[in-house]
Design a protein around this ligand. Sequence first.
Ligand code: NAP
Ligand code: GDD
Length: 327
Amino acid sequence: MSKKALITGITGQDGSYLTEFLLKKKYKVHGLVRRVALEDKSHRLWRLRHVLNKITLHPGSLESYASLVKLIQKIKPDEVYHLGAQSYVDYSFKDEFSTLNTNMNGTHYILSALKEFLPSARFYFAGSSEMFGKVREVPQTEKTPFYPRSVYGISKVAGYDLTRNYREAYNMYCCSGILFNHESPRRGFEFVTRKITHAVARIKFGIQKDLKLGNIDAKRDWGHAKDYVEAMWLMLNKKKPEDYVISTGKQYSVRDFVKLAFSLVDLDYKKYVKIDKKLYRPSEVKSLLGDCRKAKRELKWKQKYTFKKLVEDMVKSDLDFVKKQGY
Ligand code: NAP
Ligand code: GDD
């Protein structure tokens, strides 16, 4: 019999790639979505358009314990991938309370509902390299202490601790992936990589003059989302639940990303990029670099995309996007 998976955050970048991955593995895929998404399918479900007839979407809310209990009782999933979150770090400085509420309580409600009604289900929590924040060591491993620098990071540390505590206290199969930044043509437009590749295409087609950015000396360990969703599944399909760092082990600055993206369309980024101090964060995470040797060894996880292939994929896709949509 096919396994059943429940994905929160199914409409997002990772949710959509994970859906494709699980469908290929013959899972029955269920997703929790906000009611507004079902009312505005053409906009809010754009990443899932091509698989909508193969999955089941359920309206619900991460803010409501009762709605999560109902969903878990109805679906009885074998695996729960909890990806739903207010995921934009910069926004968490502007709306601290709802970020903490959604990200921390949402995680707690699901864990608690599983404990009461379906303790056999396997649970994945979308942890983040933002938990390392002002990094205590380089590179960061599963043992590196956390030092979050935003309410987003704090909410993820809380989710990570809740997940670990449910595993230890109630003997449930719960684990966290500590995923470093991962991008793709399906990345939201507010994140720096997509902001850059979309602007590159618009500038190339003459519909945008320049690109305003904040701290382009920030460094990240950037992978491709397609590679990273596979690691989530591997974590839920082991003998024992454990937490894993997922990263590439290579670091580039935002400036490196910009330079490469512009060069792919034969433009010099220096002519177009303007630094806007308003885009700097109140407390920045300056540098992230992951050590994923544990995942390589124990999960046999391998990434296929290099940094160059990732940037090429995103630029090419945004050239097609702007050509077709005209914006
Ligand atoms: P994303 O594209 O921003 O997707 C976030 C998802 O969460 C969307 O489906 C969104 O639904 C949903 N969501 C947000 N607020 C919600 C709420 N109040 N109730 C229900 N659903 C809500 O994020 P992503 O890049 O796919 O990331 C997936 C997860 O991994 C997130 O938890 C993120 O924090 C974490 N993470 C991401 C990265 C990365 O580099 N991408 C790295 C580490 C960890 P709507 O479509 O309705 O807004
Ligand atoms: N978004 C954005 N916009 N970031 C900018 C800009 C800009 O105009 N200019 C410079 N940056 C810098 C930010 O200050 C940050 O240092 C870096 O670019 C990356 O920013 P984001 O793309 O917004 O991602 P993030 O690293 O803050 O967070 C992402 O990765 C985390 C994992 O480390 C998100 O996907 C989080 O959800 C995820 O947990």
